[in-house]
Write a protein that binds this ligand. Structure first.
Ligand SMILES: *Cc1c(COP(=O)(O)O)cnc(C)c1O
Ligand code: SF4
Length: 442
């Protein structure tokens, strides 16, 4: 099998991509213009093995990585293009880009912090929103092997916000976990933690592998490496060290779950990804899969049923189908909630029970993870039936509730309670919880 060297392409060097060699200057300028506003990064695996260049620009993997003018609303694109055309000085281009970025709801991902406190000090790089699960954002894992054009972390990659949450080391978090026996799961996320060298990842992981944390049963790592750079587990210089590290987690008596991000079945089609999955599984780790639902990339039920089926064929466990968050290029990728539900259920109907471990469509929102159960009619009113899969208060989970039907709604904050009620059942309590969380931070 080929063992290519990783090569990243960004706004700085994308003109060196061989497949763009005969592209007209106007098309290259379009990429340059948009990438001033939204972060752009791809790599030689995506370009050589995933994108079907005969199908560009509609190809889903091309759409997943490459900037195009539609990612910006027309007035934003015109404003940026004009500045680029005029050959404005760098500081002016930066100022124009910044003014546009600030209009793209950059704070949507700034989940009200829920930063854990240890002896009155904030544990940096961690978030504790749900009782059983703590998130950790290692500083060294705050980038990815390529950037998804829909990613809600775009403000961090474009330098607009500094990865506020990132932590330099995990010792303080391990101490916090010792005092919180209800926490069973640690979820390591990014960017992409698997961008780290094996040695660095080991330093972050080791404090959690101690016998003093018997309640910590599962360590999850959220990653898109299986889709963007499967050679991470095959032929990188420290690939074997990564696999040994995974074995070490298993040897500590814990389950290591690789939360793999796959957006499209083509990402499961290469020899490299198949082998990488098998090598990870041979360490005792399990792989669970998740993806947002995205217009222009995967908004067809057949793609999802194929994707879930293939994942299960590779011994992976389908986990979440997410609704895309309201930030960045949302207008390009958004799928109305009703359509999300239709796509989910038509895909779900086509697969056997073994694939139906997947939950969706799910909005990971301020109060929790809200699942759209469907559109129905209750007492002559057309409504959305919803439920929490995760909640800031665990007691919210699993209770059906109803929102007035709205055919254009694309997110929870666009929904109103059904039956003329003024508030959803959780809203008063949520306000209290959010206020309480603010106190320690002043
Ligand atoms: C999704 C999520 C988790 C994990 O929830 P599970 O239902 O256990 O997968 C934890 N913290 C945050 C903030 C999340 O969004
Ligand atoms: S891999 Fe994940 S964090 Fe990185 S750009 Fe894609 S969605 Fe964002």
């Amino acid at each position: 099998m080929a063992s290519p060297q990783y090569r990243a392409y960004t706004a700085r060097n994308f003109r060196e991509i061989p497949q763009l060699a005969d592209w007209p200057e106007s098309a290259l300028k379009e990429i340059e213009t948009v990438s001033r506003v939204l972060p752009f990064k791809t790599n030689n695996y995506v370009i050589d093995e995933l994108i079907d260049w005969n199908d560009v620009p509609v190809d889903p993997m091309y759409t997943l990585n490459f900037p195009r003018h539609e990612l910006l609303k027309a007035p934003h694109y015109r404003k940026m293009a004009k500045a680029v055309e005029n050959g404005s000085p760098e500081h002016h281009l930066k100022a124009v880009a910044r003014s546009i970025q600030l209009e793209l709801n950059p704070d949507a991902s700034g989940q009200s912090a829920n930063v854990p406190l240890l002896n009155g000090h904030r544990v940096s790089g961690a978030q504790h929103k749900y009782r059983e699960t703590v998130l950790f954002f290692p500083q060294a894992g705050q980038t990815c092997h390529a950037y998804c054009t829909f990613c809600f972390r775009w403000p961090q990659f474009s330098g607009l916000s500094h990865s506020r949450f990132s932590g330099r080391e995990s010792g303080a978090l391990a101490e916090y976990l010792k005092l919180h026996p209800k926490v069973t799961d640690l979820l390591i996320t990014g960017g992409d933690p698997m961008i780290m060298k094996a040695r660095t990842l080991a330093e972050y992981l080791e404090p959690f592998l101690t016998d003093e944390l018997p309640h910590l049963k599962t360590i999850r790592i959220g990653t898109k490496t299986l889709a963007y750079w499967p050679y991470r587990y095959l032929t990188d210089s420290d690939s074997d060290d990564i696999l040994r590290l995974f074995e070490k987690v298993a040897a500590s008596g814990r389950t290591l779950a690789i939360m793999a991000h796959f957006n499209h079945p083509v990402e499961l089609s290469t020899e490299a990804v198949r082998k990488a999955i098998a090598r990870i599984q041979a360490t005792g780790a399990q792989i669970r899969t998740q993806s947002p639902l995205l217009r222009h990339i995967n908004d067809k039920p057949e793609l999802w049923s194929r994707m879930w089926r293939k994942q299960v064929d590779f011994n992976c466990i389908p986990y979440y189908m997410f609704v895309e968050r309201d930030t960045g290029a949302k207008h390009f990728f958004a799928v109305p909630l009703e359509r999300c539900w239709q796509i989910f259920r038509h895909a779900y109907q086509k697969v056997s029970g073994i694939c139906r471990t997947v939950r969706g469509p799910v909005m990971s929102a301020t109060p929790g993870k809200v699942q759209i159960l469907g559109v129905t009619e209750v007492a002559d009113e057309k409504v959305f039936a919803l439920q929490f899969i995760q909640g800031r208060n665990a007691d919210w989970v699993g209770r059906p509730f109803f929102a007035r039907y709205d055919k254009n709604a694309t997110w929870l904050n666009g929904l109103r309670p059904a039956f003329g009620e003024h508030r959803f059942f959780f809203e008063n309590e949520l306000k209290g919880l959010l206020l309480a969380k603010m106190q320690p931070m002043g």
